[in-house]
Structure formats: structure tokens, C-alpha cells
Design a binder for this molecule. Structure first.
Ligand code: ATP
Length: 247
């Protein structure tokens, strides 16, 4: 279980996350919904322990292990992975090398080609370079293949569909299904209804808070009704806030 207790994050005296408390249970798929700028990627950065996000209030634990103070590599060793909205480019490294983490991991050819197939890439891609010659969508697919191979305990997917054509929702579904079957806890950050619907549970974020939680159906309906027309981004008005108004 990944537990977040009263997570608070400020940047330049601006409060970005306010006392967020969540328990992510093992093996479940979660969707985090919310408009631009409500703090979703910040939350991802805090869970992963990215350098700019280490100075925060509150505590987080993976089972009983406190994560506060641990860096990205230490958290990665504990099984936490972040699939970025914009995947990284590596000059001079092939997809085959990237997926084997430069030889540190030893997946079989079959495992690698199976992961590539799952994300819709043929084995010819193994020799391609992870650089600007790959399209944005291809890079994203490579990143998804890498997450599938790693079998993380916790994977945060920041906009898993970003840069990927909407015709490929089925591919993303297959990736999420594979992660779920392998026992990963999946936290998907998304604006897209079809993606949110793949989750077991959903949270709606607004103004650095959890506004509501429930089934994806409930939360998507709530989001469409209240957030589409909301002009109080980060300042929800007339809405009862989970945990109260106090900062
Ligand atoms: N380093 C920073 N310095 C100043 N402001 C920041 C910093 N990082 C994030 N913010 C602000 O914090 C707020 C939350 O940002 P965050 O990227 O977490 O939002 P988000 O919900 O992921 O948005 P989106 O859906 O647009 O990706 C935004 O208003 C952003 O401008």
C-alpha cells in the first residue's frame, strides 16, 4: 500500500498541494482527474521523489517504509516508477538497449518483443535509436513497453495517452490490463474519460486538494458537470471540500 499523509507542497510561497491524504491499495488501478494546473504532476513528482519536489510537508510510505528523504533511484529500487507525460530522449542508445536499461536488466528477446508488440511496435524497432528520429507517439510507446517489462510495484502514468492517437485506446487498455495482471498498482493522471474508465477507483483533484473520490463513472460525471464549466480553477467555490477548507 502506498500511503500519502497530509502532503503539502508550496513553491514560491504559493500552495500547490494542500494536505492530501490518500491510500493507494496494492494491485488497483487509479485515475487522477482534474483540470490543468490543479497539482496532478506535482503529486506524481512527490511520489517519485523528483529533485524539485523533495521539500514537502506530510509523510508518504510504501507499506511501512517511509519514502521521505529517499531519492528517485532509491524509490525506483523499491519498485516505484514514473512514466512521464513527455518521455525522455536518449541520444546514441537503441530501443533494444533502452529496454534492457543498457544491459542492467536481462530480459529475453521474447519478453522484449512481446512488450513491443503490446504497444504496437514491431521488432524492427529494436535497432532504432531513442532520439528525435522517433515520433512523439513512438517514444511514448517505448516508455510504456519499458514499464510493462519492469513490472513495477507502483507505476504513475502521467497522461498515458499523451501524443498517442485516439485510435490506440485499446493499446493503452492492454498495457493497463497487463500491469494489473502483473500486480502493479497503477496511478494514471488523465483528462480523458476513456482512460479514466479503465480504473477501479478515481479521484478528482482541484486546487491542490482531493475534491471527491469514487468509481470512475461517478467521478467522470462529477468532473464533466462541475469542472467543464468551472471558472474558479484552483479556487473551487460552492463545493464541499473533502477535509475542509483549512490549509
Ligand atoms: N517549479 C514550479 N514553480 C512555480 N510553480 C509551479 C512549479 N511547479 C508547478 N507549479 C505550479 O503548480 C501548479 C500545479 O502544477 P502541475 O503541473 O502539478 O499541474 P497539473 O495538474 O499536472 O496540470 P496539467 O494538467 O496542465 O499537466 C500549476 O499552477 C503550476 O504552474
Amino acid at each position: 500500500m502506498l500511503t500519502l499523509k497530509n502532503i503539502r507542497y508550496e513553491k514560491d510561497k504559493r500552495v500547490i498541494l494542500r494536505n492530501m491524504t490518500i491510500e493507494f491499495e496494492d494491485g488497483k488501478v487509479y485515475a487522477m482527474l482534474g483540470n490543468n494546473g490543479v497539482g496532478k504532476s506535482t503529486l506524481a513528482g512527490i511520489i517519485m521523489g523528483l529533485e524539485n519536489y523533495r521539500d514537502h510537508g506530510g509523510e508518504l510510505y510504501l507499506n511501512n517504509t517511509p519514502l521521505k528523504g529517499l531519492g528517485v533511484f532509491e524509490r525506483a529500487k523499491l519498485g516505484i516508477t514514473l512514466a512521464l507525460q513527455e518521455p525522455v530522449r536518449f541520444e546514441g542508445i537503441t530501443i533494444g538497449e533502452y529496454l534492457n536499461l543498457g544491459g542492467k536488466l536481462r530480459f529475453s528477446q521474447d519478453e522484449i518483443t512481446d512488450a513491443l508488440k503490446l504497444v504496437g511496435l514491431s521488432r524492427e524497432y529494436l535497432a532504432r535509436y531513442v532520439d528525435t528520429t522517433l515520433s512523439g507517439g513512438e517514444r511514448k510507446r517505448v516508455e510504456l513497453a519499458s514499464v510493462v517489462l519492469i513490472r513495477p510495484k507502483i507505476v504513475i502514468m502521467d497522461e498515458p495517452d499523451s501524443g498517442i492517437d485516439i485510435m490506440s485506446n485499446e493499446m493503452i487498455k492492454s498495457v493497463v490490463k497487463r500491469l494489473r495482471d502483473n500486480g502493479s498498482t497503477v496511478i494514471m493522471i488523465t483528462h480523458r474519460e476513456e482512460i479514466a474508465m479503465m480504473a477501479d477507483e478515481a479521484y478528482l483533484m482541484c486546487g491542490g486538494r482531493i475534491l471527491a473520490s469514487g468509481t470512475p463513472q461517478e467521478i467522470v460525471a462529477f468532473y464533466k458537470k462541475l469542472c467543464d464549466s468551472c471558472n474558479h480553477i484552483n479556487r473551487p467555490e460552492g463545493i464541499k471540500i473533502q477535509g475542509g477548507e483549512t490549509e
